[in-house]
Unconditional design. Structure first.
Length: 138
């Protein structure tokens, strides 16, 4: 299941993501993963969440990001949540690429069992109707 936290800079999207991730750690019977560009969330996330700095893996586009998430899920069947902070920071602001990425991630075999929450810095009206349906911070 994919969910989006959408809005322009300064709306509190990262704070929402941190709260959701920490809540997931408390309630999940599996592993919670948070992917970000850099290590800004180190002291804000519960230490039981797996924090991954995407910069360490030279991810530059949505194809690479998709491969990374696929690898995470293939290597660990206990992942229940993946939080992706600032996907445009990692892949560049590419709305069409984002929507293709969302479609591919939603087709992964375990897509229904894993909750993927992506933080997207754009206005909701920049997204397609199908992507807007995934927004949780309306």
């Amino acid at each position: 299941m994919i969910k989006l936290i959408v809005g322009h800079k300064g709306l509190g999207k990262t704070k929402t993501l941190i709260e959701m991730a920490n809540s997931a750690v408390e309630s999940s019977k599996g592993n919670v993963v948070c992917i970000e560009k850099g290590v800004d969330l180190t002291y804000n996330l519960n230490h039981d969440a797996r924090l991954i700095d995407i910069d360490e893996y030279a991810i530059e586009n949505f194809e690479g990001y998709y491969g990374f998430i696929s690898g995470l899920l293939a290597g660990n069947y206990d992942i229940t949540h993946i939080f992706c902070d600032g996907v445009f920071k990692a892949c560049g602001k590419d709305i069409a690429g984002l929507e293709k990425f969302i479609s591919k991630v939603s087709m992964l075999g375990c897509a229904e069992a894993v909750e993927v929450i992506m933080l997207v810095s754009c206005e909701p009206d920049e997204l397609s109707e199908s992507a807007r349906a995934l927004i949780i911070n309306k």
